[in-house]
Design a protein around this ligand. Structure first.
Ligand code: AMP
Ligand code: GLY
Length: 421
């Protein structure tokens, strides 16, 4: 089956590696635009703009693509899945309308309310006076969310009233959602969805804050591990029954069937499981650990979802080995990202048995015509390691990271530390 993967991050690199590991032939894979690391595993089309519905559709038709897998949210929001589907191409990625579940937090709240899905109480605000009223209603810590796509930087959780208001002021034009603070462990649980049915993958935990001990600003995600040994029995079934299925059914009722990856971001509070966010795509960096453990052919699962036949899909199976991933970030991330600096030691890291998923890397030519790998953005790469237990997987991952040199870079040292004994 000819497959086109859209995207250029570590998530897409993890998808590509998982496709190959579970049986897809390299020759059947095209990634657009891809990146320097992905190009080592599959053919890339760096010139193709993944956010242009016409360009992508033309390319897919010309190359006989039978399945398009959309990695990031931007092509979904741009209507790329709709355009491909109109041409009869199977797409793993929801329509523009269904992707609003991620793009609009107020739409997500409306869907959850209609479907009876448990979530935090929230107020929609269009000016700062309303924001202050809602903050008074819920009290500190304050949870302020921009009502639109903000690349993982739209949410602030803080007891500092001035900082909360400053954040609200920055995003007020998008609309602001003030939410009650929910206390508990966070879980990311992914479901494949075909518009009517859902099929769960395996749970993971993401580390959103920039520094150890959950200090520092929120980021797109600094690391993850899977599975979560502390989850209560029956958790996956409960989320399927109470969250994923009713959400997909509600979207179908609204004429926006959800075909793709329903990312349920959950908090386990004392009063029960609550949804804190939905995404309409694979999570990054959770995908690096979830798909690292997948045994079932990924192309079959995604094709069944894309063609509306999840009921005949195999049950996704996962290795008993655990997986962790640690993100290497550029100096200054998440506020800024240092400019193109060389990265050394990746092959030494890989020789230690870790997998490296590239996010923001490129080859630059030096004066003497040599190619050097450089970091081109905030989250540069994810090191992924597996093991019989978390102590071993952690030891592997951090051993791998020690081999990698990027001036000024930083990573968290405490990924999966709490489960590693
Ligand atoms: P979101 O983009 O909605 O996932 O929010 C980013 C991060 O902010 C989440 O992963 C949580 O760590 C935190 N967060 C979001 N909503 C809440 C909430 N209601 N209570 C506590 N923390 C939250
Ligand atoms: N890891 C969080 C996200 O993908 O949105």
């Amino acid at each position: 089956m000819k497959i086109l993967v859209l995207g250029a991050g570590a998530r897409e690199h993890a998808i590509v590696k998982a496709l190959i590991r579970t049986g897809t032939a390299k020759g059947d894979l095209i990634v657009a635009p891809g990146n320097a690391g992905i190009a080592g595993d599959a053919h890339c089309e760096p010139q193709l703009n993944p956010n242009d519905p016409l360009e992508v559709t033309k390319f897919a038709l010309e190359h006989g693509i039978e399945l398009a897998i959309i990695g990031p949210e931007a092509p979904l929001v741009a209507g790329v899945s709709d355009a491909l589907r109109d041409q009869g191409i199977a797409v793993f990625g929801p329509s523009q309308k269904a992707a609003a579940l991620e793009g609009s937090k107020s739409f997500a709240k409306e869907v959850m309310a209609a479907a009876g899905v448990p979530t935090g109480m929230a107020r929609e605000c269009s000016n700062l006076a309303e924001v202050e009223d809602a903050m008074d209603e819920f009290g500190a810590p304050y949870v302020i969310k921009a009502d639109g796509l903000a690349a993982g930087k739209g949410v602030i959780v803080t007891s500092d009233r001035a900082a909360a208001l400053e954040h609200a002021a920055k995003f007020i034009e998008m609309g602001i959602l003030v939410e009650e603070f929910l206390d508990g462990q966070e879980v990311s649980l992914f479901f494949l969805a075909d518009g009517k049915n859902v099929l769960p993958l395996t749970p993971a935990q993401d580390f959103k804050r920039a520094y150890d001990n959950d200090e520092g600003p929120n980021t797109g995600g600094m690391g993850a591990y899977s599975p979560l040994p502390w989850l209560p029995e029956g958790f996956i079934e409960e989320v399927e029954r109470e969250v994923a299925l009713p959400t997909v059914q509600e979207l179908a009722k609204l004429g926006a069937p959800f075909v793709g990856l329903l990312y349920c971001g959950l908090i386990l509070t004392k009063r029960g499981t609550r949804v804190i966010e939905f995404n309409a795509r694979f999570g990054d960096p959770e995908t690096q650990v979830v798909l690292r453990r997948l045994i079932t052919p990924l192309s079959t699962l995604l094709y069944k979802a894309a063609t509306g036949h999840l009921e005949t899909a195999p049950q996704p199976e996962f290795s008993n080995d655990v997986a962790i991933t640690v993100v290497l970030a550029s100096e200054g991330y998440p506020e800024t990202a240092a400019p193109n600096r060389p990265i050394y030691g990746l092959s030494d890291a890989e020789a230690k048995g870790v997998e490296v998923c590239h996010a923001a890397t490129a080859f630059n030519e030096t004066k003497d015509g040599e190619e050097v790998l450089v970091a081109t953005g905030g989250r540069v790469l994810s090191v992924v390691a597996t093991g019989k237990n978390f102590a071993r997987a952690r030891a592997h991952a951090y051993e791998g990271l020690k081999q990698i040199h990027l001036e000024g870079s930083h990573y968290r040292n405490d990924i999966a530390a709490k489960v590693a004994n």
